[in-house]
Design a protein around this ligand. Sequence first.
Ligand SMILES: Cc1cc2nc3c(=O)[nH]c(=O)nc-3n(C[C@H](O)[C@H](O)[C@H](O)COP(=O)(O)OP(=O)(O)OC[C@H]3O[C@@H](n4cnc5c(N)ncnc54)[C@H](O)[C@@H]3O)c2cc1C
Length: 480
Amino acid sequence: MSQPHERIVILGGGPGGYEAALVAAQLGSQVTVVDSDGLGGACVLTDCVPSKTLIATSTTMSVVHGAPDLGIRVGAVPGGAVRGGAAPGGTVSGRGQAQVDAPRVYARVKALAQAQSADVAKRLAAEGVETITGRGALAGPDTVVADGQRIQAGAVLIATGAMPRVLPGAEPDGERILNWRQLYDLPELPPELIVVGSGVTGAEFASAYQALGSQVTLVSSRERVLPHEDADAAMVVEDVFRRRGMTVLGRSRAAEVKRTRDGVVVTLEGGRTVRGSHCLLTVGMVPATRGLGLEEAGVTLDSLGFVEVDRVSRTTVRGVYAAGDCTGVMMLASVAAMQGRIAMWHTLGEAVKPIRLDHVAATIFTDPEIATVGVTANAVESGAEDAVAVKLPLATNARAKMQGFRDGFVKLFARRGTGLVLGGVVVAPRASELILGVSLAVEQSLTVDQMAQTFAVYPSLSGSLTEAARRLMLPASGRR
Ligand SMILES: Cc1cc2nc3c(=O)[nH]c(=O)nc-3n(C[C@H](O)[C@H](O)[C@H](O)COP(=O)(O)OP(=O)(O)OC[C@H]3O[C@@H](n4cnc5c(N)ncnc54)[C@H](O)[C@@H]3O)c2cc1C
């Protein structure tokens, strides 16, 4: 175990790295963060923060689309420039009478990301963390080389993240064939966007661009979108996608993407082709672990190149820890940050609880959002968890009716017999905010009885959570 004042060196300034740095500095260590592409990492500069900023605009667009149902008449656009879809070659697109100014949206996204990165830099500096701009690598288990320096470390944290996977035959060109990090440099909204991949990233961008006014085709290799998520939730989202005019191609694997004179053509396995103006590839991530001297130092990587770690972020080499996407554990900023903090608490001799992935709350920022925590419906249905479940459609919630929300539900899982809350799924606008109630219950081992006895505001969407808990309350003779 290293001592608090020993030097800690962190490779990577994303949430895995910078949150760890803050903890180590707080505990009195001398901390150096080496980062090659900007503090805040891909999370702040290209992935999480930019996509959620774009989605803030697309969600507002959805609200505007729904405004007439709530009795709001939107005035005519000056100049009469109303269009039903994105304007080919233009910068402004609209649905009905609301318009999206793509260059302004993208400029806002990039400015916000830069500002957030600057905030991270300021915070690290304020806490006395040294930062080095450049690529770093291990030169042995306790030595890092970066920017021409050799730094001796009491402990090293690898938090170098991951990069978009490239599909052979569909290499991004940054103009028509894109990964998500290239979207914000486009001069326009893609009029006809083909999204390849229907996992979380693909579904989020398909949802956002559909709302912004692009004609979206979603190519999914599986039977339905979001194949790894709660099936009921995925079905709601897919229904909404289709109802809003998206083309969803299930069981369709992209084999090749090529540019045409003025767009792209995606060839699916089997030979069918799909044409559009742009193609966005969301086919997974590969770990950024090459050329870091990891294996040479004895750190074990798995067959895909992810760093193997235990639940306190230890690698196979004493004093070398890893956190975040480079471990492939659960590719979320919140998990990266927690893994990084745990690594520092562990190496600096603080009391530490191993990470509990079954307590991680996560959200898919489609419209509506899908938020989950705890056990899954699959685990309950397969009998792996001895649990009871209840699902309440949002359509029965008074607040949802008032707001005009009809797509979504609240699902709650509880241990059979004891009523311990084991998890839940919320599909709703702002489900990301609503899931906290279930998260608290799971983390604090609350029962459905305790949840049911908690006041919810009337009318509120969270009222459906306490109602779901009530439905699972004991008949004193025992739960079903
Ligand atoms: C489109 C998209 C949307 C997302 N949205 C969400 C969301 O809403 N919520 C959520 O929780 N998660 C989200 N994520 C996941 C989240 O972005 C990642 O889990 C998070 O970025 C992981 O943090 P990290 O610190 O491991 O790596 P990163 O954020 O990738 O940071 C790693 C840093 O290390 C640097 N680096 C790499 N190699 C070296 C080297 N050799 N030397 C020095 N520096 C190096 C990189 O340049 C980078 O700055 C999203 C991901 C994507 C792709």
